[in-house]
Design a protein around this ligand. Structure first.
Ligand SMILES: [Zn+2]
Length: 135
């Protein structure tokens, strides 16, 4: 079927040749002068994956930072009990633990981070405990 409609590449907006297949939405792969192959389809797909990738990367960086803070407090400064506010000042975000577990029979939660978990021992105080649970 003939169509007069001008179709453009979904990624670079280049006009697709009129005789190209009707289902084609990207331009054909091009050989670049440096020998690499430029693929608008791949570039497009990678670009759309990027926000998710960045989010995941951000989350991982956070977990790693929490781990380093807790390690410093626990291993170097031998801190076992600490005020919640103090811990927050160090940069621990209680909303970003790996997971939380309810303490049996009590209305409180243990917050798990990499290699350490935080156990509330009073309204304001928290105990740092080392764990080797695989998460
Ligand atoms: Zn293109």
């Amino acid at each position: 079927m003939e169509t007069s409609e001008i179709r453009k590449c979904k990624y670079c907006d280049e006009i697709l040749p009129k005789n190209s297949h009707g289902l084609r939405t990207f331009c054909q792969n091009k050989l670049e002068s440096d020998g690499s192959i430029k693929s608008c389809k791949d570039d497009y797909n990678n670009a759309s994956k990027k926000p998710k990738y960045n989010m995941l990367k951000g989350w991982c960086m956070k977990q790693w930072t929490f781990y380093l803070i807790l390690k410093l407090l626990y291993e170097r400064r031998k801190v076992r009990e600490i005020e919640m506010t103090e811990l927050a000042n160090y940069g621990i975000d209680f909303n970003y633990s790996l997971f939380r577990e309810k303490v049996k029979g009590e209305n409180k939660f243990v917050l798990y981070y990499l290699q350490y978990y935080l156990l509330p021992i009073s309204e304001t105080k928290i105990k740092i405990v080392k764990h080797d649970r695989t998460i």
